[in-house]
Ligand binder design. Structure first.
Ligand code: HEM
Length: 438
């Protein structure tokens, strides 16, 4: 067993590696650090009930184990209180948790109610709407004469799509976007690695309260006058013979807005960045999008997971790959490390290879009961965005140097992607066929 022994800020102990993961300087390439953690696995954090895993086998085992809970109530870390200076005071959830942070059976019941809107078949019906949105965004960029892959495509697309699915107006999409982006840092592992909440706690609490108020108002409106939308369906739905409370509907909608937005932004933004260096992949997307796009998205998910890590808490004493993990321990699972584990992903696990046979075994959507509900939607948005980018954007290149990254550890992605191009082709070109060679 590998007890972390490095003194704070010193090199030499595994704790140093964990601290480095939080460092914004490494955001552009955190993968060598994940390798180090995998080589030293299991890595225990001194003084806190926290263990970190980065191998495919360990991450997969924990995600499948019913004793590994996603309810923070089972975590000693989230229950620990510290001295009055607040340095070790944890950040308990201020609001009622969404079903992501519940265990079965309540998790199962609530998830089941949201599931019909996110099946592959339900999601495929959104294709015309998503295509139109992408073409509108590219037209706006063409008209403005500038294209930022994040601000003009990756960022506005997912928030607009999820708002349409939920049945909420898109007029204030910047308002949702800034708030859900702030909430994104709540999941960063500051508490696990340093014992302090992630920076910006007060602003996050404020954003959380504003989103809750917004959805509560909307829930009251929909209860009074139901519409043909997801929120009205959730308000009318019954589980175990009981109606959902307004609070449960609000936390579910907030989860869908946040989970369905930030992750997809990162997937598209990281993907565009990768495509810039791969003219042959852009050509494959133009020539045969039906085959190329799903494979490119899968490999992008493996190589650059939008959610780099997840937490689980031992609800009872358990063992992970022979390591005893006492009850109350928080397990940090580096999915981004697992996805590059050479034991599973052959050849060079760090290389982009859309043809690799085992690529779709990645853990980027999680595994087990909390497997991403929106996986079909995230995949579809990214497939369509990559395809249309390849078809319509002529000779895209980075306009400046390498991009800066957002400070988020878990939701990793570039902050902006200013591009220079030789033009944006007309939207009338067909989606299915190869682009004309213009
Ligand atoms: C394409 C990018 C996406 C990625 C990489 C992603 C990743 C993930 C991961 C890793 C989890 C599991 C978290 C855990 O086990 O703790 C998850 C859960 C979830 N995701 Fe996604 N997600 C994406 C897109 C979406 C979209 C578009 C939605 C749409 C609503 C969505 C909704 C959810 C929900 C509701 C959960 C909770 C599931 C549960 O607890 O049962 N995600 N996602």
């Amino acid at each position: 067993m590998n007890r972390v022994s490095g003194a704070a800020g010193t090199r030499g102990g595994d704790e140093w590696v964990l601290r480095r993961i939080l460092d914004s300087e490494v955001r552009a390439d955190p993968y060598p650090l994940y390798e180090e953690v995998r080589a030293a696995e299991p890595v225990w954090v001194r003084g806190r009930p926290v263990v970190v895993f980065a191998s495919y086998a360990a991450c997969g085992e924990v995600l499948r184990d019913p004793r590994a809970s996603n309810d923070r109530g089972h975590s000693l870390l989230f229950r620990q209180t510290g001295p009055a200076d607040g340095n070790r005071t944890p950040s308990p959830p201020a609001e009622l948790p969404s079903f992501l942070f519940m265990d079965p059976p309540r998790h199962t019941a609530l998830r089941r109610l949201a599931a019909p809107d996110f099946t592959p078949r339900a999601v495929r019906r959104l294709t015309p709407m998503i295509r139109e949105l992408i073409d509108d965004l590219l037209d706006e960029a063409a008209a403005s004469g500038r294209l930022d892959g994040v601000a003009d495509l990756a960022s506005p697309l997912p928030v607009t799509v999820i708002c349409r699915v939920l049945g909420i107006g898109t007029g204030e999409r910047d308002w949702y976007r800034t708030r859900s982006s702030l909430l994104g840092q709540a999941v960063d592992p500051y508490l696990a690695f340093l014992g302090v909440p992630a920076p910006g706690l007060a602003r996050r609490r404020q954003a959380e309260a504003e989103l809750t108020e917004f959805f509560s108002r909307l829930a009251a409106e929909r209860r009074a006058r139901p519409r043909d939308d997801m929120m009205s369906r959730l308000l009318a739905a019954e589980t175990d013979g009981e109606r959902l409370t307004d609070e449960e509907v609000v936390t579910t909608c907030r989860l869908l807005l946040n989970a369905g937005h930030e992750t997809t932004v990162s997937l598209i933004a990281n993907g565009l960045l990768t495509l810039l260096d791969r003219p042959e992949t852009l050509a494959a997307l133009r020539d045969d999008p039906g085959t190329a796009a799903p494979a490119v998205v899968e490999e992008m998910l493996r190589l650059q997971p939008p959610l780099q890590l997840v937490h689980r808490h031992a609800r009872e004493d358990m063992e992970v790959r022979g390591t005893p993990v006492p009850r109350g321990t928080t397990m940090v699972l580096l999915l981004a490390g697992a996805n590059r584990d050479g034991a599973v992903f052959g050849g060079c696990p760090h290389a982009f290879d859309a043809a690799r046979a085992e690529g779709s075994q990645h853990l980027s959507f999680g595994l087990g009961p909390h497997y991403c509900l929106g996986a079909p939607l995230g995949r579809l948005e990214a497939e369509l965005a990559f395809t249309r980018f390849a078809q319509r954007v002529v000779a895209p290149r980075l306009a400046a140097g390498p991009p800066g990254y957002r400070p988020h550890v878990v939701l990793r992605g570039p902050a902006s992607l200013p591009l220079s191009t030789e033009g944006i082709r007309d939207r009338r070109m067909p989606w299915e066929a190869a682009a004309p060679d213009t």
